[in-house]
Ligand binder design. Sequence first.
Ligand code: TRP
Length: 331
Amino acid sequence: MEKKTILSGIQATGNLTLGNYLGALNNWIEMQDKYDCYYMIADLHTLTIRKDPEELRKNTLSLIALYIAAGLDPDKNTIFIQSHIPAHSCLSWVLNCYTYMGELNRMTQFKDKAAKHADNINSGLFTYPVLMAADILAYNADLVPVGDDQKQHLEITRDIAERFNSIYGETFKMPEAYIGKVGARIMGLQDPTAKMSKSSPNELDKILLTDTPEDIRKKFKKAVTDSENVVRYDRETKPGVSNLMAIYGIIKNKTMEEVEKEFEGAGYGNFKSAVAEAVVQRLEPLQKRYYELLENPEKLKAIYEKGDKKASEKANKMLKEVYTKIGLVVD
Ligand code: TRP
C-alpha cells in the first residue's frame, strides 16, 4: 500500500520553544517511517509581520538545523524551504480567487494578529490561510500535523479544496488535521492558560530549545502551580500542574495516570525538579547536534537542496494540473 502523505511547517521566527518541540517536531519524528513526509520552513508566512532581513535568513537556516537536531532524518523526510518552491505562491494566487473575504474574516488568528499589529494589517496577514492551503494542497497531503490554533486554517483549506473540486472535478485530496496526543498544546509556565509562545515577553513563561540547563531548572522552579500540593491532572482547575505533567508525560512516554502514580505524595518541589531534569536530559543531545550543524552550513544546504528538488517536482505537477483545469495555457 502506498504511504500516506504528511505535510507540515513551522514559521522561521527564531528560537523555538519546548512547546514547538513537544507539540510539533517530536510528533513528526514518530511519523517518519510510516508516512511520506514533507516538512518545510514557512519563510513566506513570516513576511506578514515585519522582519529584519538578516535575522530571517539566519532563522531559516537554524530552523533546518533544529529539524535535523530534533531527530528528523533528511534521508527519510523531504525537508525544504517554502520560498524555494515558487509553486506555493502561484497556487496561492489561484486559490485566493476561490476564497471569500467573508471566510477569511472569520479567522480568529487573523483577528488576534490584526489586534496585535494594528499598525501593519497588511493583506498578506489576511490571506495567510490561503498560502497555507496552497502549501497543503500542492502535495495532496492526507494528514497535516498542527497545533490546535491552526485547526481553523485546516478547515478553510478543506472548504477551498471542496469548492475547487466541485467546480473542476476531483483535483485536491481532502486533508485532515492531525492533532498530536496531550502535547498538542504546551502552555506557558507563568500563564498556563495560554499557549507557550516564542513571542512571549516574559522569559520565565517559556523554555527555549537553546536554554542552558541552569535556565531550564530555574524556570521550572518558578513555574506557576496551585496550593493543593497534589500531582493530579485537571486542566480546568489545575492548569499549571497539568501542563507540567503533560511535558513530563510526553518526554517519558507515560500516561497522565502513570505520572500521577509516580508522584503520589511527592510534593511540588520534587515533581518540578523531576520535570526539569527530564527536559534537560532531552535537550542536551539535541543542542549538541544543533550547534554542530550550525557550524556546517554546507551540510545544511545539501539537505534543503535535496528536499527542494523533490518538493518542487511534486508541487509543480499539481500546479500544472490546476492551471490546465482553470484554463491557463500550460504547454
Ligand atoms: N501557519 C503555521 C503555523 O504558524 C505554519 C504553516 C505554514 C503550516 N504552512 C503550513 C503548518 C502548512 C502546516 C501546514 O504554525
